[in-house]
Design a protein around this ligand. Structure first.
Ligand SMILES: [Zn+2]
Length: 401
């Protein structure tokens, strides 16, 4: 017979769960924690004492209670003290941020990058340099508890090696390992696919909070997908699940970077839209270029309107397939797809009405990301916090030693 969880396992689980409440929900009273976690008052008191002693949270008297009697202490994350490094390798920019417990962006650095290259030395060099700059500005009592990066590409489960991507020339790039080596913090750097991390961000802090079945479609040069079913991110056998950008919607269609034809990203991606709008050319790329097409369509530009309508048709077809298969409660469009959806919502909805089955279609909500351009960085930060939220005291003991 298998033994049940030990007292120590339960305590570890509860410490993580309490810290997660404070991290995601912000300051919360002991009384609320007691009711939300379904534990008794003395257990909550013991758990918060442990986390306070470790320097992860602090307890304060509430400013105003409005009630008679002894007020319940409020538990706050030690956002200025406990932080992670979050990195975002986008097609056109590199971002590094120091993010405090509770999700506060404490410091941030950004630079542009050239498309079409993924030079490991260069990327890891720039990002670790940013991290060093930010670290020099921190107080002595601060502690880094994790690091993670979002990349637009396939990330192998287990070792975080980047194996394919629109900008990847070499195969099997050990990006996380190299970045960890250069950071020299004694911490691993977790690596995640940008669309998967966008889904994690929406689920943790965006429109998807409390939504257990959620699909994020994230577009930059290509289109990625993050699929959350039953509250869990779908990873697949090797970690490459959710590559909805390569779902074929038009078999005789445009050539795709993957070698196939008529993939969603070939028909809906940035290049397709700009070409159809007669705006593809040197220097014409990125979200500003996509936004310019949507703006032109709003002003009555017929070519831009037709381009959006065509792209919206394919996007709607892709969404209809996803709705039929996964029965999501919500689909969120992020990155450049945010603009595309705003400019083509009518076509997307028409396709959905035509091709999605009624029971799945009726409840699905289509939304644009509320986290905007930060979404992948926020997702990377959440990935970086995952270890400390799973086992707060073990991680803290390790990084403090
Ligand atoms: Zn493809």
């Amino acid at each position: 017979m298998r033994a049940g969880p030990s007292q120590e396992d339960i305590r570890r689980h509860n410490l993580g769960a309490l810290l997660r409440h404070v991290h995601l929900g912000g300051p919360i009273s002991r009384a609320e924690l007691t009711s939300k976690m379904g534990l008794n008052r003395s257990t909550i008191m013991a758990l918060t004492s442990d986390l306070t002693a470790a320097g992860l949270v602090r307890e304060e008297l509430p400013r105003e209670t409005g009630r008679a009697g002894r007020p319940s202490l409020v538990v706050r994350p030690e956002s200025a003290r406990v932080y992670v490094f979050a990195f975002d390798v986008g097609p056109d920019r590199l971002v590094a941020a120091r993010v405090g417990l509770g999700g506060v962006i404490l410091d941030r650095r950004e630079t542009t990058r050239d498309r079409g290259t993924f030079v490991l030395d260069e990327l890891a060099g720039v990002l670790s340099g940013f991290a060093r700059q930010m670290r020099r500005k921190t107080r002595d009592d601060t502690v880094c508890v994790g690091a993670a990066a979002a990349v637009s590409g396939g990330v192998r489960k287990g070792d975080g090696v980047v194996t394919f991507g629109p900008n990847l020339m070499a195969h099997d790039v050990p990006f996380g390992e190299e970045l960890a080596r250069r950071l020299g913090l004694g911490l691993p750097v977790s690596v995640g696919n940008d669309a998967n991390l966008a889904a994690l961000a929406e689920h943790s802090r965006g429109l998807g909070v409390g939504v257990r079945d959620l699909i994020c479609l994230h577009g930059d040069v290509g289109i990625g997908g993050g699929i959350i079913t039953g509250g869990h991110l779908l990873g697949g056998f090797d970690g490459y699940g959710g590559e909805v950008g390569h779902m074929v919607v038009n078999p005789g269609g445009r050539e795709c970077s993957c070698g196939s034809h008529g993939c969603l990203e070939a028909e809906v991606g940035e290049r397709a839209l700009l070409e159809l709008a007669g705006r593809f050319g040197p220097g014409q790329h990125g979200r500003d270029a996509v936004r310019a097409v949507v703006d032109a369509a709003d002003r009555g530009d017929i070519v831009a309107q037709e381009a959006l309508s065509r792209v919206g048709d394919w996007l709607g077809l892709g969404v209809a397939n996803l709705v039929n298969i996964f029965n999501p409660e919500m689909v969120i469009f992020g990155g450049m797809l945010r603009e595309v959806y705003l400019g083509s919502a009518a076509q997307v909805r028409t396709r959905l009405a035509l091709h999605a089955m009624a029971p799945q279609r009726e409840h699905v909500r289509l939304r644009t990301s509320a986290l905007g351009d930060h979404v992948t960085l926020v997702g990377a930060a959440e990935l970086a916090f995952a270890h400390v939220l799973a086992d707060p005291l073990e991680v803290l003991a390790r990084v403090s030693s």
